[in-house]
Design a protein around this ligand. Structure first.
Ligand code: GZL
Length: 326
């Protein structure tokens, strides 16, 4: 009996080896017969101008790199992103990339991808997993630094003044890395001077509609607002509508700082309705595809890839707007 089992097992091994050798289902299980690398990308949603530009960058870069892209939009829901990742695992893609809508709750599905030997790349946003072996690399901005840049502009703007500065804050998606980090970076800088007071802080979910709605409530509840700090342009643009509807001048009666530097934000900045924008580049596609090829080829890649970005004043916005890509 033992001999029969051993022979059958050996036969099975030989067949598996032959399959792998002639381009069959290799150990990563991709088995792509046209030899093209397949990427499963689970996108957050389509909540902002930034996200639209980010999706375009990923899709165009995949096409340019000859990578087959499976793409899903989670409508800002974590359960949809987890479902999409599981479907990519079932389809045996070569690599999975995604922008985690929130920081927590990813360990289980990332373990499933690791067990299936499918490498994962984090793009744009981070996760709080302690086990960094669950993903190969994270490409995205330093959101704490973005918050610090916003705070530093405000400190400079009010240098030498002693009156209290009442600040309202429109936070990004609750629990997301950009919301958590842009809030903490900003708070770290302004805490040095007690004249800065954050009198209200609430999520605007990174959307114009919610940003407008929350700003209307801020205006009703707070007679004296000096500054709005919005974690992205879209919420700032929604807030501008509420400020103007309340008969106040955005950028003058209420100074506005936002993050992203998408075209609509830069246009409002050039017009003086926003006073300062911290850039957060959505153009991650080309670097992502380059990382994906390296990861699938088994090359080592940096654990963290930081994106280059700057800041803009109204004058700087006017100068760069004509050639702005997004
Ligand atoms: C930041 C990105 C944020 C943008 C928002 O990298 O995750 O999500 O700042 C977008 O505009 O909705």
């Amino acid at each position: 009996m033992f001999r029969k089992v051993a022979t059958a097992a050996l036969g099975g091994l030989l067949v598996a080896a032959a399959l792998t050798a002639c381009g069959g289902a290799d150990e990563s299980g991709s088995g792509n017969d046209d030899g093209k690398l397949t990427m499963g990308f689970a996108q957050v949603g389509a909540e902002s101008g930034w996200r639209t530009a980010n999706t375009k960058s990923v899709q165009e870069a995949a096409a340019a790199a000859g990578i087959e892209l499976k793409f899903s939009d989670a409508q800002q829901k974590q359960e949809n992103q987890i479902k999409a990742i599981r479907s990519y695992i079932a389809q045996k893609v070569d690599v999975i990339a995604f922008s985690p809508v929130v920081e927590t709750g990813w360990d289980q599905v990332l373990k499933e991808a690791k067990d299936a030997k499918i490498p994962v790349i984090l793009t744009d946003r981070a996760v709080d997993s302690k086990d960094t072996s669950l993903y190969k690399t994270f490409i995205g901005s330093d959101f704490v630094l973005e918050g610090k840049k916003a705070g530093e502009w405000l400190v400079k703007e009010y240098q030498g003044k002693s009156d209290t500065v009442n600040i309202v804050e429109l936070q990004g998606t609750t629990g997301s890395a950009p919301a958590n980090d842009r809030k903490s970076g900003f708070a770290d800088v302004i805490k040095a001077d007690p004249k800065f007071k954050v009198i209200a802080s609430q999520t605007g979910e990174f959307t114009r509609a919610k940003g407008k709605e929350v700003m209307e409530a801020f205006l009703k509840a707070n007679p004296k607002i000096d500054v709005l700090y919005a974690h992205n342009d879209d919420m700032g643009l929604g807030a501008i509508e509420a400020i103007e509807a309340a008969g106040k001048k955005p950028g003058v009666d209420i100074k506005i700082i936002t993050v992203d530097a998408v075209k609509d934000g830069m246009t409002a900045l050039a017009a003086g309705k926003i006073n300062f924008i911290v850039e957060c580049s959505p153009l991650l596609g080309p670097q992502l595809m380059d990382l994906a090829k390296k990861v699938v080829a088994g090359e080592t890649v940096p654990q963290r890839v930081l994106t280059e970005e700057t800041t803009f004043t109204p004058e700087q916005a006017k100068a760069v707007l004509p050639e702005r890509k997004y």
